[in-house]
Design a protein around this ligand. Structure first.
Ligand code: FES
Length: 154
């Protein structure tokens, strides 16, 4: 991990002394799937930037995660159209099956689930988006089976 973070820092540090902190945080966040305290401390130390500044940046941008994320990101749509067609029951089923709530990650780091608002495919509702793939017209049982398929792949 240390070597990887150092390479990322070097990649975004320019000859004239300019450092692109946001790009560094983005790349660490995407390669490690979150910004660990250890990684942030390394960046702070190497670039002589206050750790508190890095945490502020991480909190400002919604795309950064300060908690570990699962291999699979599951978004359960609870926008109005999906909600009235049973989106909440799907969320409850998956939440119970995985033993986690919205925004949480399973202890084996396989799945992170999130309640989300309309993802723009209301005609397919209720739906779940897993790793960017849309699965529509689900019910709790179909959604749980879908999860099992991802478990088998993992
Ligand atoms: S409400 Fe779920 S896609 Fe629009």
């Amino acid at each position: 991990m240390k070597e990887q973070v150092e390479q990322i820092i070097d990649r975004h540090s320019h000859a004239e002394g300019r450092v692109d902190l946001v790009a560094i945080l983005h790349e660490v966040n995407s390669t490690q799937r979150y910004l660990s305290r250890e990684a942030l401390e390394m960046i702070a130390q190497k670039l002589a930037v206050p750790l508190s500044r890095l945490y502020s940046m991480a909190a400002f941008y919604r795309s950064f995660n300060l908690e570990p994320r699962g291999d699979h990101e599951v978004h359960i749509c609870l926008g109005t159209a999906c909600h009235v067609r049973g989106g909440e029951r799907i969320f409850d089923r998956l939440s119970e099956r995985l033993g986690i709530g919205s925004g949480e990650t399973t202890s084996d780091r396989k799945f992170t689930i999130n309640r989300v608002n309309c993802v723009g495919a209301c005609a397919l509702g209720p739906l779940v988006v897993i790793d960017g793939r849309y699965y529509g017209r689900l019910d709790p049982l179909k959604a749980e089976r879908l999860l099992e398929e991802y478990y088998e792949q993992a």
